[in-house]
Design a protein around this ligand. Structure first.
Ligand SMILES: Cc1cc2nc3c(=O)[nH]c(=O)nc-3n(C[C@H](O)[C@H](O)[C@H](O)COP(=O)(O)OP(=O)(O)OC[C@H]3O[C@@H](n4cnc5c(N)ncnc54)[C@H](O)[C@@H]3O)c2cc1C
Length: 393
């Protein structure tokens, strides 16, 4: 047993792994984080994350939010509509006595703030450019073999946490992932509109697939938005091939006139959409969290928030477990039970939104439109949706 390190080992120092490391350090637990990228490499990543109100509270607790507050854009209203129908629904923060329904933040800014907070934590040994190459587990411990500065090294620990976004899963014995391919891609970019965003996020459902336009400029007078536009792969490919002017005209045609004309668009990128979840986890001493444990369609902005709640729940489970019991079956069962309903609901909710609004069977369109109008009038349903999006409950 002498070769087992005291520290908990986290593979992947992305937003979820880094948050877990901070939570554990605050609890007085020593951690080693192995992160494949170079320090600062993620800071220029402009991908917009939709943070729920509950996620903001986790970051506040860790004193990370203070440095992010000026670059985060509050979402005060969510406007849901469907192309070709009059039905629409509005969720407003003040109706639910919340200061905001959520926030939009760039992946890069969040990574920078988390790295800065970690740098002042003596209990965290954060190793950049350390790429895990092999992960295994026995009844006594889990081990990670990683490459750092050209050298291969192995760490054995009572608890290894996999937070690598899902990159290493396929090679680990005992982990089975169930994946549903939507056959759709998401195009992401930033656009500037004629009118200010006024802290409104738009979810719009079209016959080709859902799109989200998120306010992304901290001042409410900013005209900048992050765009996630989803559709069949071929459709997204044609959008990628358009000139900027053609693309903006096409987008205006689909989105409508709520924020006037679209004036400019940044680089467009696309990636395939899928819904995946770990099914079997017979892996003593190994826990999987964040995107590695579940991947969701970005339409409902749930993925990252579910990952942060994974980190929070795992930290709570660790706080109530004696170090000698780290990674044993009882602890792993306790953690998995604490996450089961939240993860399942997040996946079902996202899948429901995608399916109901992407289905173009004759007649369904009218029902959806009526549904949106009805939904707007039924307070308990809206209340449920707001607490689901804000806190995951
Ligand atoms: C285009 C896009 C848009 C999205 N939009 C939203 C949104 O609006 N709202 C939302 O809530 N979610 C969104 N998501 C999902 C969100 O990005 C993820 O939920 C979030 O990034 C998950 O964080 P993570 O830390 O689990 O994984 P990641 O962010 O993938 O981080 C994993 C980390 O592990 C490191 N790593 C990987 N392999 C290894 C290895 N072998 N050894 C060591 N380190 C390794 C990587 O370098 C990385 O730093 C979006 C995702 C994408 C792709």
């Amino acid at each position: 047993m002498s070769d087992i390190v005291e520290n908990i080992v986290i593979v992947g120092g992305g937003p979820v792994g880094a948050t877990l490391a901070l939570l554990l350090a605050k609890q007085g637990v020593a951690v080693t984080v192995l992160e494949a990228r170079q320090q600062k490499a993620a800071y220029t990543e402009s991908r917009a994350l939709a943070l729920s109100y509950g996620s903001k509270r986790i970051l506040e607790k860790l004193s990370v939010w203070g440095s992010l507050a000026t670059s985060a854009t509050a979402i005060n209203t969510i406007h849901v509509s469907q192309k070709g129908s009059l039905g629409r629904s509005k969720l407003q923060a003040h109706d639910y006595k919340q200061e905001a329904l959520g926030y939009v933040l760039s992946y890069g800014k969040l990574s920078e703030a988390l790295d800065a907070a970690l740098a002042s934590q003596p209990l965290v040994n954060f190793v950049f450019e350390a790429s895990a190459e092999h992960i295994a587990h026995t009844y006594a411990h889990a081990s990670v073999t990683y490459c750092h500065q050209g050298n291969s090294q192995t760490l054995n620990s009572h608890l290894v946490v996999l937070a690598d976004g899902g990159r290493s899963l396929d090679e680990i014995a005992g982990l089975v992932k169930e994946t549903k391919e939507y056959g759709h891609d998401a195009l992401i970019s930033k656009v500037r509109a004629e009118l200010p965003h006024n802290n409104i996020a738009y979810e719009r459902f079209t016959a080709n697939g859902p799109m989200a336009l998120l306010p992304n400029g901290a001042s409410q007078n900013s005209n900048d938005f992050s765009l996630v536009w989803t559709g069949k792969k071929e459709y997204i490919n044609t959008l990628l091939a358009l000139s900027d002017a053609e693309f903006l005209a096409q987008f205006h045609e689909q989105f409508g006139d709520r924020v006037g004309q679209f004036l400019s668009v940044e680089k467009r990128m696309a990636f395939p959409l899928k819904l995946s979840q770990l099914k079997t986890t017979e892996t003593p001493h190994l826990v999987v969290i964040g995107n590695a444990a579940q991947t969701m369609h970005p339409v409902a902005g749930q993925g990252f928030n579910v990952g942060l709640r994974d980190a929070e729940s795992l930290a709570q489970t660790i706080a109530t477990t004696a170090p000698a019991d780290f990674g044993n079956q009882k602890m792993l069962d306790e953690y998995l039970a604490s996450r089961q309903s939240d993860t399942k609901n997040g996946l079902l909710f996202t899948d429901f939104l995608v399916n109901i609004f992407s289905n173009d069977i004759v007649g369904v369109n009218g029902l959806r439109s009526a549904g949106l109008g009805l939904f707007d009038m039924i307070k308990p349903i809206k209340q449920h949706l707001v607490s689901k999006m804000s806190y995951g409950k």
